[in-house]
Design a protein around this ligand. Sequence first.
Ligand SMILES: [Fe+2]
Length: 377
Amino acid sequence: MKLKFNADGKFKILLFGDIHEHTDYQTNPKFKDMHKLMNAALDEFKPDLCVLLGDNCNTNIYPENPVFFKKMLSDVVEPITRRNIPVAAILGNHEHDHGHEDEIVDVYKELGIIMRNDAPAEVTGNANFKELIYSSDGEKPVFCLWFIDSNNCFEDRSVSHYDYVHPDQIEWFEKECEKLKEMNSGKPMPSFVFQHTPVPEEYELLRKAHFWELPVAVRGYNTKKDTFYVGKKGTKDYVGEGPCSPDVNSGQFASWKKVGGILGAFFGHDHLNDFSGFYDGIFMAQHKTAGFRAYTDGCRSCVRLVTIDEKNPEKFEHQLKRFKQFGLKSESLGPIFRTLSDRQSFWLHILGYTAAGIGGAAVLGLIIKKLIEVFGG
Ligand SMILES: [Fe+2]
């Protein structure tokens, strides 16, 4: 399938983070809520391409029932395929949980979802590939979309909980970039990277929280767990949890800087974060879940639209739109999670427990006082 800028010079990409659909989807209202969001976003934005950012469909069912897995994945993307919109996908860490990755990539391919492995078999990962977007006259490729497999967990969790993009993947990527450069009159081709697990540099969009900011701060992940963070000035949207990036920096971001042309990187993985910002000239954006599975943040589930202008790709535009902002009503969430954010719900719980504790202590005090009065002489 040849991707191409429209006659008006624009190309729109709609992004869906960690949908995590599960085997009971046929009867679970969470699936309906996810489809409500997907349908509303497709109707409003009319994208030229959709991208699923990994952890798309749980693969635990694949080994025992690959037919069911294929049906589930097909049903998840049905609103997109019904509209004949191309859809690409990357593997998340959970697509690596149960093995059979190459077969799972084949299932995506059989369903017409853009996913494959362009790298030699010995290179780490099961789905490293790129797609080119052609000029509106269809003459030549002018923009590149990279889809990189960020693997699963790291073999030694004391070093890093999550795996990273390995040096052999980076080497392959850099060689491919050289070929693109030749194709693009010797200049780096403007490009985006789509990848499940964020690079460690995502923390550069945050800063250490002051103690008075702790109620709205997030705790860093794993080796950063002793520090609390808030978004830096210029970082937009929601920081809902410490980014779960690898604790080892394999040099991927440095490689982007080295090859040039990488304008933005778009990640999934963290179900609560949807912040974005620029670091060292590269835009990085986190995508919270577009579903209602796994851990979520109520009706703040969202999608992001990215619009590229063929004549001015460096000035691409992006916008987030949440479930609630589409005017949708959830069938799967209770009244609290329907209205409050995850952090607000957390503090409400703390308040409830504290009030119950104070109330309980007061009642106990009254009982003891009465006992003293009666039996104390
Ligand atoms: Fe996930």
